[in-house]
Design a protein around this ligand. Structure first.
Ligand code: HOZ
Length: 425
């Protein structure tokens, strides 16, 4: 029995499904999850010491590549002074200032420990600030696993074909309006009907939890205008895209300014950090200044904050995002060209350090379109690549991620493997 299989069987005896987050379980692609032993730069090694080029990057955080020496050094240096205090630290001020300096929409920011906490808290704040109950989300967008957001959600929910979770009472989601991504007319109609009770729209401004889906021209601008018109808040969930799609996230790329932004992943540099921030007059409604409660024992954890801070600093080096984007272009264009040459219907898209692979004739713009992609072909592609040492996300509904360490040689190796795999599909 292989070591990965042995570990998976052992894990399954004490951990539900053998994993601590469902998409890791390989259920939608079949086979045995790889148990990861170590990682460096663009590579991960499993329990059998098999090396893979990694395009998951811990689902987004590893933008500098795994175990970046400077990040590791800072983590080690910080850890010797204590792992957690439950009291404020200077590092928290520094990372708040670093985030606010980079994202003009953020005047104040509260640190939490995960993306789920950040979106859950931002929604509560939007409701507390507006005194309204209803929220709008979009089908296929995933905003973590808070009850009111687990409706027609993306990521693992899509992967397992059950986009609305059991255990969420209908009363808990009766205020959640779910609309189609990139369909502004429906948003307008919802505001016409419920405008005085809609607290906020929460949206992945580039969706990365139903593969990669970009907003069509005017969609985000239209959301902004409707929120302003009806006094609702616009929340950009940039947990995935923040400091990943570009140096100022999607808000920097599009010029559309949200009222609140949720962050996580990259801002923790591989450690558990989340954040939500925005206009000061809104953020001041949070306890202890205001009556919207939010708290956390490990919020602003000193080691995690140190990892995040050094990551943000390294990302500010001139040319980082241009280079990242260029490598992403080479990867995604190269894959599409090789698929076409092999007669495989497949296309790709990318932005900054995120990409999408679609076994379809054109790039999808909605959940409905992405669900028409050839999933069986994706599974074969996934396993073909895995067996050749390339680790893509084990789901057709997740975005891919590259890092600053995915150099030309790594991309060429990936493309050579893909050429072989396409010939077998
Ligand atoms: N939200 C992450 C990307 N879709 C994955 C985290 C997880 O579900 O394990």
């Amino acid at each position: 029995m292989s070591r990965n299989t042995e570990l998976f069987e052992r894990a399954s005896r004490t951990i539900p499904g053998g994993v601590n987050s469902p998409v890791r379980a390989f259920r939608s692609v079949g086979g045995t999850p790889r148990f990861i032993k170590r990682a460096q730069g663009p590579y991960i090694w499993d329990a059998e010491d098999t090396q893979y080029i990694d395009y998951v990057g811990s689902w987004g955080p590893a933008i500098l590549g795994h175990a970046h020496p400077e990040v590791v050094r800072v983590v080690q240096e910080t850890a010797v002074h204590g792992l957690s205090f439950g009291a404020p630290t200077e590092g928290e001020i520094e990372i708040a200032e670093a985030i606010a300096a980079r994202l003009p929409s953020i005047e104040k920011v509260r640190l939490v420990s995960s993306g789920t906490e950040s979106t859950m808290s931002a929604i509560r704040l939007a409701r507390g600030f507006t005194g309204r109950s209803r929220i709008i989300k979009f089908e296929g967008c995933y905003h973590g696993h808070a009850d009111s957001l687990l409706v027609k959600a993306g990521s693992g929910m899509l992967t397992f074909g059950n986009p609305t979770s059991a255990g969420v009472p209908p009363e808990f989601i009766k205020h959640t309006l779910v609309l189609d991504y990139n369909q502004l007319d429906a948003v307008e109609a919802a505001f016409k009907q419920y405008g005085d009770d809609i607290a906020c729209i929460i949206v992945e401004p580039i969706a990365g939890n139903m593969n990669l889906i970009k907003p069509t021209p005017g969609f985000l601008e239209g959301l902004r205008a409707l929120c302003t018109q009806y006094g609702a808040l616009l929340i950009f969930d940039e947990v995935m895209t923040g400091f990943r799609a570009g140096p100022q996230g999607v808000q920097g790329l599009t010029g559309v300014t949200p009222d609140l932004t949720t962050l996580a992943k990259v801002i923790g540099g591989g450690m558990p950090v989340g954040a939500f921030g925005g206009r000061a007059d809104i953020m001041d409604h949070i306890a202890p200044l205001g009556d919207v409660y939010q708290a956390g024992t490990l919020s602003g954890n000193p080691v995690a904050v140190a990892a995040g801070l050094v990551t943000l600093k390294l990302l500010s080096e001139p040319g980082f995002y241009e280079q990242l984007s260029e490598q992403n272009r080479k990867l995604t264009e190269g894959l599409a060209q090789r698929a076409t040459a092999a007669g495989i219907e497949m296309c790709t898209d990318y932005i900054g350090g995120m990409f999408g692979l679609y076994f379809s004739a054109s790039v999808p713009t909605s959940f409905a379109e992405v669900s028409m992609c050839n999933i069986e072909r994706f599974k074969k592609f996934f396993h073909g690549m895995l067996s050749r040492g390339v680790y893509f996300a084990p789901s057709a509904f997740e975005a891919g991620f590259i890092s600053g360490t995915h150099d030309d040689a790594v991309i060429q190796t990936t493309l050579d493997a893909a050429e072989q795999v396409f010939a077998t599909l």
